[in-house]
Design a protein around this ligand. Sequence first.
Ligand SMILES: CC(=O)[C@@H](O)[C@H](O)COP(=O)(O)O
Length: 283
Amino acid sequence: MNAVDCYQNSAMTIPLQNKLHSADTLVLYGETFASRLLLGTSRYPSPQVLENAVRSANPGMITVSLRRQGSATTEAHSGFWDLLKKMAVPVLPNTAGCHSPQEVIATAKMAREVFETDWIKLELIGDDYTLQPDTLRLVATAETLIRDGFKVLPYCTEDLILCQRLVDVGCQAVMPWAAPIGTGQGPLNPYALQLLRDRLKVPLLVDAGLGLPSHACTVMEWGYDGVLLNTAVALADDPIAMANAFAMAVQAGRSAHLSGAMKAQVSAQASTPLVGTPFWHQE
Ligand SMILES: CC(=O)[C@@H](O)[C@H](O)COP(=O)(O)O
């Protein structure tokens, strides 16, 4: 028995009856990832802080904007590409800043060459003020990319039918927002996000708008498979500590989800056992 298989304190060692939690990993398009937290690489105070935050979070993937970072061939940006390679975390290129399907497709193809990966986070912006995705053109764009061999992770709203259509055209995972990018407001529409989780069987990751570890923990408790976030870590006073806090929150939420939470009760239920009945037995 190893350390993962048991719970220990000074008085006793308790074998875990269910090993599900230790074996639990994020699987997307048949690939397994080390963590359910995906992290963005923008807006950090310095490359060193970015590197340390990534090490602190140990994310499953880091997402990178080809358009925002510029070409790896220009001297100004080559340090960033070197840093990405040094961190040795799988890269998820994104199409941030693209406003048309044509821009998205050209950017995705360029990213595939630069990063030598078929993964793409599909961002097709429909409104510059809210950075809301262009929901009307998203599905067809995703379909084009999938036909071209990309593993598409679409950033979308929490609309059930939109997400269903993305799955219908071949997206094996969907990434609804919690709130507009960079706002840190947390899940603004818990009803729709939970409904989505109930209705769709594919992996779902919340992408954008998370501001606190508790937001990440909450969506993981709902059964979301992962989260993608950037601003909440990059703009924290201590991004390295915050990266770790998010990593722990994601794990806590996942573990709580797998553990089966009690049902909330309307009225008080005595938790102090009656004499002679220390355990509750289901009939
Ligand atoms: C980096 C990236 O991909 C963002 O566009 C993403 O949506 C994260 O959003 P937040 O910065 O709100 O976490």
